[in-house]
Design a protein around this ligand. Structure first.
Ligand SMILES: CC(C)(COP(=O)(O)OP(=O)(O)OC[C@H]1O[C@@H](n2cnc3c(N)ncnc32)[C@H](O)[C@@H]1OP(=O)(O)O)[C@@H](O)C(=O)NCCC(=O)NCCS
Length: 190
């Protein structure tokens, strides 16, 4: 265990690796064998289920449960009360513990408040999921999706600004001045 902060009401089970500078706030529970990177912020009333892996600087807002099968790369933002799932067809009387579907959240992606991610659909790097969206499909890198079911309404820069592509498929982020290219419905930074 490294130099991290956990509020006295937080519970951290055995076998976890927690990176330096990470903060874990009131009433949160980090279950066995989780790996949390450096400088993460785990808000209030958060549950991180066994074996979950979070990268560096992952920010988890209040009331989020990160279930087994979820992995988040560096700089992911999980908005307040967003919901992951890990069983596609739960029945209380049927044990599906060996049927968890995986959900991977790519570097820099943001998930808005109260959004729901139906399991087995990966979220691309720097994708942006609007508040209250219900994600039922893979979300491409840099895509902005909203609604239930979530539909793509555009593209977002790494700074969280809308990208408006010109006829040559080039867009410039208003905030950073960085350039992006849209080619074959895929966005990359140039
Ligand atoms: C998705 C988001 C980034 C869009 O912001 P924006 O680019 O400024 O979009 P606008 O407000 O101009 O809205 C454009 C259209 O999308 C709709 N829209 C915006 N956000 C939406 C959402 N979350 N769900 C459904 N529709 C949405 C608007 O109603 C508007 O529709 P209209 O053109 O028919 O009037 C923003 O609305 C959002 O959801 N942010 C997440 C906030 C959050 O959860 N933060 C958590 C930390 S506190």
């Amino acid at each position: 265990m490294s130099d991290f902060f956990a509020h006295e009401t937080a519970v951290i089970d055995e076998g976890c690796e927690i990176g330096a500078g990470t903060k874990i706030w009131h009433f949160s529970h980090i279950m066995t064998n989780c790996i949390l990177g450096e400088k993460c912020n785990i808000g209030q009333n958060v549950v991180v289920s066994p074996k979950v892996v979070l990268g560096k600087n992952v920010k988890v807002q209040n009331n989020v449960s990160i279930y087994e099968g979820v992995t988040c790369d560096d700089d992911v933002f999980l908005g307040p009360s967003m919901v992951f799932t890990n069983v596609i067809n739960p029945r209380s009387a049927v044990n599906r513990k060996n049927e968890y579907l995986k959900t991977h959240v790519g570097t820099g992606a943001s998930i808005g408040a109260n959004a729901t991610i139906v399991c087995g659909h990966n979220i691309g790097k720097y994708a942006f999921i609007g508040a209250g969206a219900v994600v039922t499909k893979e979300v491409p890198d840099y895509a902005l999706v909203v609604g239930n079911p979530a539909r793509q309404m555009g593209w977002m820069s790494e700074f969280g600004q809308r990208l408006h592509f010109n006829e040559e498929g080039i867009a410039v982020c208003d905030e950073s001045g960085e350039k992006y290219k849209l080619e074959n419905n895929k966005v990359s930074k140039i």
